[in-house]
Write a protein that binds this ligand. Structure first.
Ligand code: GDP
Length: 153
């Protein structure tokens, strides 16, 4: 699970893991992993230090690349994260572009079409979620290409 700090990665993972949502969550310290059907890695604040190493991506079947629809800067940097995923991740890694905080539609700074267009151009799966409202979270993993890979793993 990668993306800029504050986009909602920890909360998305909490939703997967135990269906809870933390308000005012603090940046997480250290690397955490949660076992669901797969293991999910959170960048756990390392995005601030640009210290994510190739080992983080090694062996990952898929990645959730998250941005916050209410913060344009988090979308602008999606290209940077994708570049890193492609550099260090396996060739056939499934990347799901997760557009989080859909409950804040009135503060939207990134048009739906923009996110969709980017995902289509780059060949990514995409999903609009709200960790707050627990919307579409489980659909991320049930993206066909990712599910197929997990079943085969
Ligand atoms: P991370 O740094 O990417 O792990 O982001 P966090 O999961 O810590 O979330 C950052 C902030 O955004 C917290 O205050 C969360 O409560 C809030 N947040 C996360 N997801 C959502 C969402 O879907 N909707 C809204 N309104 N707030 C969210």
């Amino acid at each position: 699970c990668i993306g800029e700090s504050g986009v909602g990665k920890s909360n998305l993972i909490s939703r997967f893991a135990k269906d809870e949502f933390r308000l005012d969550s603090k940046p997480s310290i250290g690397v955490r992993d949660k076992l669901i059907k797969a293991q999910i890695w959170d960048t756990a604040g390392q995005e601030r230090f640009r210290a994510i190493t190739s080992s983080y991506y090694r062996g990952a079947l898929g990645a959730m690349l998250v941005y916050d629809i209410t913060k344009r800067a988090t979308f602008v940097n999606v290209g940077k994260w994708l570049h890193e995923l492609r550099e260090f991740g396996g060739e056939d890694m499934v990347v799901v572009l997760v557009r989080n905080k859909s409950d804040l539609d009135q503060s939207r700074q990134v048009e739906r079409e923009k996110g969709k267009g980017f995902a289509e151009t780059e060949g990514l799966c995409f999903m609009e979620t709200s960790a707050l409202q627990n919307l579409n979270i489980h659909d991320i993993i049930s993206q066909k290409s990712l599910e197929t890979k997990m079943n085969g793993a």
